[in-house]
Design a protein around this ligand. Structure first.
Ligand SMILES: NC(=O)c1ccc[n+]([C@@H]2O[C@H](COP(=O)([O-])OP(=O)(O)OC[C@H]3O[C@@H](n4cnc5c(N)ncnc54)[C@H](OP(=O)(O)O)[C@@H]3O)[C@@H](O)[C@H]2O)c1
Length: 269
């Protein structure tokens, strides 16, 4: 029988595919009570529940959270995982498209926090895990708005951590490297690419969408989430990344910018 003190009620946004689905499956297999979310819910997976929620819609977020609290009585852990990618030269991206990405990746997480935090503060316990990205550490060429959205979420989380500490609510971020999910295929992109960027853009995208990137099992991220949940006092920024991807974060800190950016462009050559 599962120890009741061990069992957490966990809400994972974007539990319908990719990293979120892997997190839901792993935590459910460990005995936690898990709720994933997706914009359309037309099936119920084995072991956890999927709840309809569009994180760009405040009323939908509120309804989804109320549903979970109505059924499970509380939310102990929220994993802000739902997110979208975007690619294209920054100059060619319409402000409206950029806003859509920020509305999901940053304000979407904020909407979920606004719905979940009152319960956590009242109970004086809780854990918020924001899934950001290694891309939060540097501007990726032709994915600038993705980097910007994840860097913004990192800073949001940092401030939130200090604000929520007195209430016993922990806030951490988890930065994945590249994992095998639907995110690359679903990236938002501009209607057209200007001729001045076309060659460089095509080259970078060919490398990025090649076999070296996005090859790892998203369950590796789920393992990290599981470890965070079981820590007594989770804190700070965590990574799910390997090899040159993990090294890039260290290099960004220690190398002069000019050299780091030259290395980055050489990687995509
Ligand atoms: N895969 C990687 O290499 C990688 C690397 C670093 C960070 N990440 C981050 O990991 C997170 C998960 O991405 P993934 O790779 O697993 O991509 P994915 O397979 O495309 O999954 C994205 C998830 O987000 C949900 N979602 C998107 N927009 C939403 C919205 N408006 N409201 C509610 N849910 C929404 C999707 O649900 P529905 O479409 O069913 O609504 C889906 O479950 C993202 O935040 C991403 O930025 C991924």
């Amino acid at each position: 029988m599962t120890d009741q003190a061990f069992v957490k009620v966990v809400l994972v946004t974007g539990g319908s595919s990719g990293i979120g689905e892997a997190i839901c499956k792993r935590l459910a297999a460990e005995g936690h009570r898990v709720y994933g979310t997706g914009r359309k819910v037309d099936r119920q997976p084995h072991g956890y529940r999927l709840v309809a929620m569009d994180i760009t819609d405040t009323a939908s977020v509120q309804r989804g959270v109320e549903h979970v609290v109505g059924e499970a009585g509380r939310i102990d852990v929220v994993v802000n995982n739902a997110g979208v990618g975007i690619q294209g030269p920054a100059e060619d991206i319409a402000p409206e498209l950029a806003l859509e990405v920020l509305n999901t990746n940053l304000i979407g997480a904020h909407r979920v926090c606004q719905a979940v935090l009152p319960g956590m503060r009242d109970r004086r316990r809780g854990l918020v895990i924001h899934i950001t990205s290694l891309a939060a550490n540097y501007g990726l060429p032709f994915r600038g708005f993705y980097s910007a959205s994840k860097a913004a979420l990192e800073r949001y989380a940092e401030a939130q951590r200090m604000e929520l500490a007195p209430f016993g609510v922990h806030v951490v971020t988890l930065q994945p490297g590249e994992y095998r999910t639907g995110i690359a295929a679903a990236r938002a992109r501009p209607a057209s690419i200007g001729p001045h960027y076309a060659d460089a853009y095509d080259r970078v995208m060919r490398v990025l969408d090649g076999s070296l990137h996005y090859s790892r099992d998203p369950d590796e991220v789920a393992v990290k989430v599981s470890r965070l949940i079981h820590r007594s006092s989770p804190y700070g920024v965590h990574f799910a990344a390997h090899g040159v991807q993990r090294l890039s974060v260290v290099l960004k800190k220690v190398l002069p910018s000019r050299l780091f950016e030259r290395l980055m462009m050489r990687h995509y050559r």
